[in-house]
Design a protein around this ligand. Structure first.
Ligand SMILES: Cc1cc2nc3c(=O)[nH]c(=O)nc-3n(C[C@H](O)[C@H](O)[C@H](O)COP(=O)(O)O)c2cc1C
Length: 155
């Protein structure tokens, strides 16, 4: 079964909630979903998933820096699966913008990005679930070859 990972920085649960909505949309589209905190998601895990969504709240510049360091740690593993980024914010929500830019600069296959200024409600829930479904469809389609290649590389 195709599987995706949702990886998030633990804050005050809004980003986690967005991640769980994305997870629900992906699961409804028929893929297996596993949810991790960033601490739990080690770089080598990228090869085990057909797509990955990374989430982080905007909490000033510090978070952007740690995100870049995290991407450095993931290194070439970032190219093993298409990714999406998400996060909660209050003012400008820079973290998701910075992540999006970093992913693009690193040549990562970025499927989608979503930033919300509160817990997902109403149409926002639909948007999160739609992102999950989109990620699920990527996971189920052309990425199967690179997933298999990644598994072979690990063997
Ligand atoms: C220390 C701190 C710094 C923050 N800095 C920003 C900021 O620079 N820009 C912004 O849009 N929101 C900022 N916020 C607001 C958070 O992004 C917002 O509360 C978000 O919903 C938190 O998500 P979470 O529940 O996943 O932690 C900050 C919050 C904290 C606690």
């Amino acid at each position: 079964m195709n599987s995706i990972a949702i990886v998030y920085w633990n804050g005050n649960e809004k980003t986690e909630t967005i991640g769980r909505m994305i997870a629900r949309g992906a699961a409804d589209s028929g893929v297996l979903v596993t949810i991790f905190t960033a601490e739990e998601f080690k770089p080598s895990r990228m090869a085990s998933f057909n797509a990955v969504a990374f989430g982080c709240p905007t909490v000033g510049d510090e978070e952007s820096y740690s995100f870049d360091a995290y991407l450095d740690e993931l290194g070439e593993h970032l190219h093993e699966a298409p990714v999406a980024v998400f996060g909660s914010y209050e003012d400008a929500g820079d973290a998701v913008d910075v992540w999006e830019e970093s992913m693009v600069n690193r040549g990562v296959e970025l499927v989608s990005a979503i930033k919300l200024d509160n817990f997902p409600q109403g149409a926002q829930v639909e948007r999160c679930m739609a992102l999950g479904a989109k990620l699920g469809s990527f996971a189920k389609s052309e990425e199967l070859d690179s997933y298999e290649e990644a598994q072979m590389a690990l063997a």
